[in-house]
Write a protein that binds this ligand. Structure first.
Ligand code: DC
Length: 221
């Protein structure tokens, strides 16, 4: 008997703070698809490492730990071993930690099956750095969603200010550029636009326009 076709996947990759998470969630909502925030998994590994006294450069220990983590996503909230860690994983410190633990091949391998398990009917929208290249290379729709570092830094700055956090635009920009370089230059699954991914530059687009553009690309398949 032939296997039923795998549920469709929309892979949205791009650099930090490009807005891909917001766009991916809205696309998933519109289509009634599941949603995978793969960056959250690397953030959780960084956070769990901190909690367990494992440094972000201890590849084997982090990978061992990552295999056994109890991670749940529920109504937009993230739970680690039953504890709601949604706010904790979003700090600037965990952004840096995620980018550091994500360079380790063993850590990436430990998260592979978990990420693929999100592919369920009627479909999945997955955002990250290697969704189209490594995790779901057969995705129907692949988007590389980006914006200039300056625009991304300004968006992040506004977000932090709105939440009442202290922020410095120059520091945010420098931090973003550092993370971009680390994500692009790492040996395994670097941030890159796949040959078969459509480029979506959101410098001059509203969120609604970016969402529509992804929906149009998906409908064209
Ligand atoms: O998307 P994000 O900003 O939450 O991701 C945090 C870090 O995790 C990012 O700096 C790189 C890493 N990451 C990755 O290497 N591969 C993914 N698929 C998603 C995120």
């Amino acid at each position: 008997m032939s296997q039923p076709p795998a549920p469709p996947v929309i892979a949205i990759d791009g650099p930090s703070a490009s807005g891909k998470g917001t766009v991916a969630q809205l696309v998933a909502q519109k289509l009634g698809y599941h949603y995978l925030d793969s960056g959250a998994l690397y953030r959780i590994v960084a956070l769990a490492g901190s909690k367990q006294g494992i440094s972000w450069n201890e590849e084997a220990a982090l990978a061992d730990m990552a295999k056994d983590l109890d991670i749940r996503f529920e109504n937009g909230e993230i739970f680690l071993n039953g504890e709601n860690v949604s706010a904790e994983v979003r700090t600037e410190e965990m952004s840096r930690g995620a980018s550091e633990v994500a360079v380790h091949p063993q850590v990436r391998r430990a998260l592979l099956d978990l990420q693929r398990s999100f592919r369920k009917t009627p479909g999945l929208v997955a955002d990250g750095r290697d969704m189209g290249s490594v995790i779901f290379p057969d995705a129907e729709t692949k988007i590389f969603l980006t914006a200039s570092a300056e625009v991304r830094a300004e968006r992040r700055y506004k977000q932090l200010m709105e939440k009442g956090n202290h922020a410095n635009l120059d520091d945010i920009l420098k931090d973003l550029q550092l993370r971009d370089a680390r994500d692009r230059e790492r040996k395994v699954a670097p941030l890159q636009q796949c040959e078969d991914a459509a480029l979506l530059d959101t410098d001059h687009l509203t969120i609604a326009q970016a969402v529509q553009s992804v929906l149009d690309s998906h409908a064209a398949h």
